[in-house]
Ligand binder design. Structure first.
Ligand code: ADP
Ligand code: MG
Length: 316
């Protein structure tokens, strides 16, 4: 692919040099210095055009989101992010597209002290695969299988904004900037994830919709949940864009692309959870509790049982 080597040279020139990168871009593989006594945490996620982002998405937003979804996975493990790789499939010799994409990725990487250490560049339909690497104290990773009866269930930030943007878009309506921003440029909750190590029991990031992702925690932990659907945190932008209460509940409980953290912690640790969230600079909201057994239920604020609209949720 002509231009591939120019592109890699430009990327290499922009990747910051760091002591923990023994060998970065330019050799057959990168060599990384994992901090002494820490466990390595690795995740990978691919974004395909037309599937994971609309075809008219700005290239910078694609690069940002490709890293953001991975950093969100590291956040959900309580990991400190450190390195990433970037595998690019580009439709044409489109240097401008690739450079803008790398701009977006490196902007988010710089915010979180992540350095780009390698990747791959090929020709094909636009697709971006990022692998992110970080580290945790031995045994400290936040897992899906650690929820216990008596835990409170918490969620960070607000839910439903990205799903509302997508719904408006599919109806041909204009997307308010605040909602579109949540869809294009999610903020991975890394500081919160790290602050929850030793405090939270189970944790997952909300990418497929709150109830679907919480369902993975319930399955892995062998427990049930009681959720107050009217306690789900909503942004002012969501209230302004979606007036109907039930439509809002649907977006918040079952929409996707929130990239917030959903976690459980013993009820007695409420004050500690709130202090950790305040230190991390992120709002957290208690949305329910973990119960013994496998039965789960959603209720409205008035106490009535509420059924999520989307099929396929075995749990609620
Ligand atoms: P190889 O044939 O050994 O896979 P490549 O030509 O694919 O070598 O890559 C050369 C170097 O450039 C490697 O260090 C690789 O990690 C890096 N690299 C290639 N593409 C990218 C990219 N899109 N982003 C960052 N690094 C890249
Ligand atoms: Mg290669």
């Amino acid at each position: 692919m002509s231009g591939e080597f120019d592109l890699i040279a430009r990327i290499r020139a922009r990747a910051p040099r760091r002591a923990d990168v023994v060998l970065g871009i330019g050799d057959d593989a990168a060599v990384l210095a994992v901090p002494h006594g820490r466990q390595l945490v690795v995740c990978t996620d691919t974004l395909n055009t037309g599937v994971h982002f609309p075809e008219d998405t700005a290239a910078e937003a694609i690069g940002w989101k490709a890293l953001a979804v991975n950093l969100s996975d590291l956040a959900a493990m309580g990991a400190v992010p450190a390195w990433c790789t970037l595998s690019l499939s580009l439709p044409r010799d489109e240097a401008g597209l690739a450079d803008a994409l790398v701009d977006g990725l490196l902007a988010l990487a710089a915010e979180h002290g992540v350095t780009l250490v390698g990747g791959d560049t090929t020709r094909g339909p636009l697709s971006v695969c990022v692998t992110a690497l970080g580290h945790v104290a031995p045994g400290g990773a936040l897992r899906r299988d650690a929820a216990r009866p008596g835990d409170s269930i918490w969620v960070s930030g607000t839910l439903g904004d990205a799903a509302a943007a997508l719904a408006l878009r599919s109806r041909g309506e204009t997307m308010p900037a605040a909602l579109r921003g949540r869809m294009d440029r999610p903020s991975p909750r890394l500081a919160l994830g790290q602050a929850l190590v030793g405090l939270a029991h189970a944790c997952i990031d909300v990418s497929d919709g709150l109830l679907a992702d919480l369902g993975h925690v319930l399955d892995a932990s062998g427990v049930g949940a009681e959720i107050d659907v009217d306690a789900l945190p909503a942004s002012a932008a969501l209230h302004a864009a979606v007036a109907d209460v039930d439509a809002r509940r649907a977006l918040q409980s079952s929409g996707g692309d929130d990239y917030e953290l959903c976690f459980t912690a013993p009820a007695a640790r409420e004050a500690l959870v709130r202090a950790a969230a305040a230190a991390a600079g992120v709002a957290v909201t208690r949305i329910g509790g973990i119960v013994a057994g496998r039965d789960s239920v959603c209720r409205t604020g008035a106490g009535e049982v509420w059924h999520p609209p989307r099929r396929g949720y075995a749990h609620f």
